[in-house]
Every structure is written in structure tokens, then in C-alpha cells.
Design a binder for this molecule. Structure first.
Ligand code: DQA
Length: 143
């Protein structure tokens, strides 16, 4: 499978940013381990992180016809970006939304995802393992 792994604002600071919430692994380490995981399953993974909503939307548009599955952590855009919701709905690539932290144990505003309705499902609170769990779902179900 060809995976596109998307990360939204502030996720470039993984490892430095609130390590009590997001852990101490860096974004680069995460990408390397997901790349290895994909390769071990005869798959590939491309990565894109942006702090800009439009850049994420553009990347979703150009994914059409290229990738089999999207794994997306939209960061704070999760909670209010209808534009990202529409971008995910505009392409016919299945997506899973991942949150490193358990958003339901945190502030009220994090409990709502406006982007999840465009996704097959949502994984939260499993730390960085959530990205692999999402990839495993696609690998095992083939959809
Ligand atoms: C997050 C949760 C969001 O509420 C937050 O804005 C993030 C990260 C997570 O991975 O737990 O940036 O998506």
C-alpha cells in the first residue's frame, strides 16, 4: 500500500512540545519508524507536516490517484477546520484520524472533531502507536 501520513500544526515539535502529553520522540524519529513499518509490510509511506491549513489541503488534493490511504493528525485544525473536512471529503482516499493524546481527557474544546466525519475512524490516546495502528487497519482490511 502507498500511505500518506499527514501531520498538522505544532507536530513538527514532537519531542520538545509538552513531552508529558506527546512523549519525547521527535517528528523525524516517528517518520523513520513508520517508514520502516511500511517497508516491513511491502508498503511505502510519504510524510507531510505543515503549520498551514492551505498547505495541508493542497497536499490532500494532490494525493488523489496516488495514495491508497491517508493517516492524518490534523492537530488543532481537528477542532475547527471545515476546509480540511471538505478536502478529505473531496478525495476518494480512505483516511483515519489519529491523536497522540486522549483528547477526551483534555479541555472541552478538544472533545469535538469536525474532521472525523470524513474519516473511516479515529484513534486517540495511544501515543505514537496510534499511527501504526491506523496503518495496520488499512494493511489488514485492504481498505
Ligand atoms: C492532537 C490533539 C489536538 O487537540 C492538539 O491541538 C494537537 C495534537 C494530538 O495528537 O493529541 O496539536 O491532535
Amino acid at each position: 500500500m502507498k500511505f500518506l501520513i499527514l501531520n498538522g500544526p505544532n507536530l513538527n515539535l514532537l519531542g520538545q512540545r509538552e513531552p508529558g502529553v506527546y512523549g519525547d520522540e521527535s517528528y523525524d524519529t516517528l517518520c523513520a519508524s513508520l517508514s520502516d513499518f511500511a517497508a516491513a509490510h511491502a508498503s511505502t509511506a510519504d510524510f507531510f507536516q505543515s503549520n498551514h491549513e492551505g498547505a495541508l489541503i493542497d497536499r490532500i488534493h494532490t494525493a488523489q490517484g496516488v495514495y491508497d490511504a491517508i493517516v492524518i493528525n490534523p492537530g488543532a485544525f481537528t477542532h475547527y477546520s471545515y476546509a480540511l473536512l471538505d478536502a478529505l471529503k473531496a478525495v476518494s482516499i480512505p483516511a483515519i484520524e489519529v491523536h497522540i493524546s486522549n483528547v477526551h481527557r483534555r479541555e472541552e474544546f478538544r472533545h469535538k472533531s469536525v474532521t472525523a466525519p470524513a474519516c473511516v475512524g479515529q484513534i486517540c490516546g495511544l501515543g505514537l502507536y496510534g499511527y501504526r495502528a491506523a496503518m495496520s487497519y488499512f494493511l489488514e482490511t485492504g481498505k
